[in-house]
Design a protein around this ligand. Structure first.
Ligand code: MN
Ligand code: MN
Length: 319
C-alpha cells in the first residue's frame, strides 16, 4: 500500500479508455437541395454559444472532474452524444454547401459569377473565402467558437443548473432553425436533435434533485434572516405581487428608508489602516482637495458658443 489514496478512472470490461468513431451518424441526414444560407444559420448549433461543440466540451470537462460515479457516467454519456450531434449538424452544413463549395474550389464559373456568389444569400465572405464552405467552428455570424461559452464551476449543484439552462437554450435555438426551413429531411433531423436536448434537460434535472440539500448551492448555508426577504426596490405604478415576492415564504419590504441598511448599521464603508498607509492617504486626499468657494474660468467658458448654456462671462481681448 502506498501512503496516499489512488483515484482511478472507471474502465469498461476490456479495460479500454478511448473514443471510438462509428461511421454511421446518430440520425440519418437527408438534405433535399443545397442551401448555403441555411447552412450559415445552422452553424449556430455547430460552433455557436448554445451549439453542440459547446455542449460536448461542457459535459466532458465536468465529467472528468466529477466525483460521483453516477453523475460522471451520465456526463460522459451525454458529452459523447453531443459530439455525435456535432457530427449530424456538421454533416447537414456540409450537404447544404456541397455544390457551392465545389464550384468555388474548381472555379467552374466565370470570375464575376463566382464573385457574386461570395457573400450572396446571407453567407459571409469569410465563410466562403476563408472556410471554403466547409463546416467551420463558427457561429451564424462568423464568430469563432470560444471556450468562454462554457461556464462550469466544478460544483454539481451549480453546474447542473447551468446545464439545465444550456439544454433549454439549445432546444429553443433548434426550434427556431426548424421554423426557418421547409426541407423535410432537415426538419426531421433537427427535430431529433431538439428532442434529445429535452431528454438531456430531464436527466440533468433528475441528477440535480438526486442530490439532497441541493439548494442553496455549495456548503455554506444562507443567513436565515436575509433568506426570506423580498425587497421592493422598483416602486410605483406596475408594482405587482406573485409567489416570487408574496405569501408565507416572503417578508416583503416596501419601506426602504426604514430598513436600509438592512443590517442595522450606519450604512457607511470603513477600513482600519496602518499608520504609514493612513499618512499616505491623508497626503493623497490633501493633494486632490477641491475648493468649493472659487469659480475658476475654464476652457468651456473661453470657447463658449451657441448651445453652451450658462457660462462665466470672460474678458477676452479679441484684437
Ligand atoms: Mn445536442
Ligand atoms: Mn444536450
Amino acid at each position: 500500500m502506498r501512503g496516499y489514496d489512488v483515484f482511478s478512472y472507471p474502465c469498461d470490461a476490456e479495460g479500454d479508455f478511448m473514443f471510438m468513431h462509428n461511421k454511421r451518424l446518430q440520425y440519418t441526414v437527408r438534405v433535399s437541395e443545397p442551401n448555403p444560407r441555411l447552412a450559415v444559420c445552422l452553424l449556430e448549433q455547430f460552433g455557436g454559444a448554445d451549439g453542440e461543440l459547446a455542449a460536448a466540451m461542457r459535459y466532458f470537462t465536468q465529467g472528468l472532474g466529477e466525483e460521483d460515479p453516477g453523475r460522471k457516467d451520465m456526463l460522459l454519456d451525454i458529452a459523447t452524444e453531443e459530439l455525435s450531434h456535432l457530427e449530424v449538424i456538421g454533416s447537414i452544413v456540409a450537404m447544404l454547401n456541397k455544390g457551392v463549395r465545389a464550384q468555388l474550389s474548381e472555379a467552374t464559373m466565370e470570375e464575376m459569377e463566382l464573385f457574386r456568389m461570395v457573400g450572396a444569400n446571407g453567407t459571409s465572405a469569410k465563410e466562403s473565402i476563408l472556410f471554403g464552405g466547409g463546416p467551420a467552428l463558427i457561429d451564424s455570424a462568423g464568430t469563432p467558437w470560444s471556450a468562454n461559452y462554457i461556464d462550469s464551476r466544478a460544483e454539481p449543484t451549480v453546474d447542473l443548473r447551468s446545464n439545465i439552462a444550456a439544454e433549454s437554450r439549445a432546444k429553443i435555438v433548434y426550434e427556431r432553425l426548424i421554423n426557418i426551413t421547409d426541407d423535410p429531411g432537415i426538419k426531421e433531423a433537427l427535430g431529433f436533435l431538439m428532442t434529445r436536448e429535452v431528454a438531456h434537460q430531464k436527466s440533468f434535472e433528475k441528477a440535480l434533485y438526486s442530490i439532497e440539500d441541493n439548494f442553496p448551492p455549495g456548503k455554506l448555508p444562507g443567513i436565515e434572516e436575509y433568506a426570506n426577504i423580498y425587497v421592493n426596490t422598483s416602486q410605483g405604478e406596475g408594482d405587482a405581487t406573485g409567489p416570487w415576492n408574496s405569501g408565507d415564504q416572503w417578508d416583503r419590504i416596501d419601506d426602504l428608508e426604514k430598513v436600509m441598511p438592512i443590517d442595522g448599521g450606519d450604512g457607511t464603508a470603513s477600513v482600519q489602516l496602518e499608520a504609514d498607509q493612513a499618512a499616505a492617504l491623508q497626503q493623497l486626499a490633501a493633494r486632490g482637495m477641491s475648493d468649493p468657494s472659487g469659480d475658476p474660468t475654464t476652457g468651456a467658458d473661453l470657447g463658449a458658443g451657441p448651445g453652451a448654456g450658462r457660462t462665466k462671462p470672460v474678458d477676452v481681448d479679441l484684437r
